[in-house]
Design a protein around this ligand. Sequence first.
Ligand code: ADP
Length: 507
Amino acid sequence: MAFQQELDLYLRARFTLIVLITPEEERAVAEVRKVCEAINRPCLSWDAGDGFEKIINWSGSVPVAADAKTALEKIDQHDGEALFLLHDFHDIWGNAQLKRKLRNLAQRFRYTRKSLLVTTSSNKLPAELKDIAVVVEFPPPDSSELETVLSGLTSTPGVRVQLTPLGREKLVQAALGLTAAQAQRVFAKAIVRDGLLDDQVIDLMTEEKKQIIRESQALEFFSASESPADLGGCEVLKDWLRLRERAFGQEARDYGLPAPRGVALIGIPGTGKSLTAKMIGGLWHLPLLRLDVGSLFGSLVGESEQRTRQALQMAETVAPCILWIDEMEKAFATGDLDGGTSTRVFGTILTWMQEKTAPCFVVATANDISSLPPELLRRGRFDEIFFLDLPTYVERREILSVHLRKRQRILHDFDLDGLARLSEGYVGAEIEQAIIDAMYIGFNQGREFGSDDIARSIDLQVPLSVSQRERIGALRTWLKEGRAQSASFRESFDAVQQFVPLDIRQP
Ligand code: ADP
């Protein structure tokens, strides 16, 4: 609908050269036909294979032109209003004579009711045409269009359908960002493979999207299967996320709920920020895209912003999804040393976060707030900013349980209380490491490992809370200023605040 309105507007405003970027020529032509029908504009298409062909409202004879040059000449000679849909013209982008001809026509048509619409799958427009052409990106099909594609298939005789209503909605959601032809191919693949369409097609659809993402170097696709049970502690954060579990569905939209925008996770390394990002993907059953901020930086002027915009656009085509901006402080650590590039990349991300309409939930993680621009964490940018602190006693006990269970051990065999007490000041990653170290010892001695081995490994490690005491202190001071919410329950959190690691260990 939005595309039709846009094209209608350009035609009425007498834009004479419109470049339509789309990999879906057929669907685009169908939309253009609808617009021409509505405003009663004659429309003719031309391609290198079939020459000129009528699209709609064309009454006179159809000119003949076997090549692009002749086609442009015939168009020039035509009297009366018309829209000419030109395919295969990106092939002439290297031909100076034809480019000039196209430019001249676009200029001359200003005083006529003739317009040229060039379809192309690439967004590379020759410099000579940039100031005269208006570039329109043809949007991928929305959920109602995909629903039509799906209905077309499910009503075909002989196709067995076992989709639950929720599965059907999720399937259409998962297909968002794909072209109609791509979506149709995935549906068809499932029917051929399994003989029916059921909820498992959603996974197939996700696979197809991964393929798209692989084309972008700055984005990495995760099929996250982590669940809240994999993250020990952080109950406040988990409750917050559970409350939003159904926030991207139709029901939530019907209720009038806005889609959540994003969350920032701040804390020292190893407290489970990355794990949380993956867990959100698993909990909400949404694709998780990791944005590698470092790879956005290019050597050419303007390249970094361009890459940033491309990556963000790519994420939008996969929406609803989770965009995980990992260790975002790294991107901004260069400050003014890079001629303002990082500031501009940062600006591009901020503007996008503010203006995005696609349901892309941003999870930004940071180990250090000192190098982050204060605007980033301003209220309103994220739905919530969570601080992941050193785990409390209860949390450490849970983390121990999570990792022992993960390694198929029986919890009763271990002194969880004693180990939780002993690991005060250790983060989740350090506790996990202690278990792994203990397992190595047991394994090499040809016996099962036990609580004593873990206790020894804990003792041998110097935790970050000791080696980076100042940094943690600074983070906590920042937290005390009320700028973030604790990911853990407040009562236990206060107890942790009183923890002074240097009392027990010297770095
Ligand atoms: P961060 O992103 O905060 O630096 P990670 O999420 O990468 O930390 O943590 C590394 C690993 O440590 C995780 O993959 C997980 O195995 C373990 N870990 C950290 N925190 C927790 C926790 N709260 N519960 C369970 N495991 C944890």
